[in-house]
Design a protein. Structure first.
Length: 114
C-alpha cells in the first residue's frame, strides 16, 4: 500500500481559496454557466491559480436554492496574496454587478496538508 508519506514535502504548501455561494433557484443554471464560461476563466487568467472546480453541496436544505463551493488552487500563499491584492475586488464586483442579491457568498482559505 502506497502512502503520500513517501512524497517530498513542498517548501510552501498549496493554498485553496474556497468561495461558497448560495444562489436563488431561478438563476442557478445561468450562474453555473457564467462561472464556467466567464468568471472562472477570468480568475485563472490572472495566473494566480492553477486550477478550479465547482462542487455542489448536498444533504443540505436547498429549498431556497442550491449552494456551490468553487475551489481555486494556488501553488503558494504568495500567489493567493497576489490575487487578493491585485484582482479580488474587481472579480467580486463583477459577480455583484451580474447577480446582485440573487447570490450570497462567503470565502475561506485552506492550506493543503496532504
Amino acid at each position: 500500500m502506497s502512502t503520500n508519506q513517501d512524497q517530498p514535502v513542498p517548501s510552501e504548501a498549496a493554498i485553496v481559496y474556497n468561495v461558497t455561494t448560495k444562489t436563488e433557484a431561478s438563476i442557478a443554471p445561468a450562474w453555473v454557466e457564467w462561472m464556467q464560461a466567464e468568471h472562472i476563466p477570468a480568475i485563472l487568467a490572472t495566473g494566480c491559480f492553477v486550477r478550479a472546480r465547482i462542487l455542489q453541496l448536498t444533504e443540505i436544505d436547498d429549498s431556497e436554492g442550491p449552494t456551490y463551493a468553487v475551489q481555486y488552487e494556488a501553488n503558494s500563499k504568495a500567489h493567493y496574496t497576489q490575487y487578493m491584492e491585485l484582482h479580488a475586488a474587481a472579480m467580486r464586483n463583477a459577480a455583484e454587478l451580474k447577480w446582485g442579491a440573487a447570490i450570497i457568498s462567503f470565502r475561506s482559505v485552506l492550506r493543503v496538508v496532504n
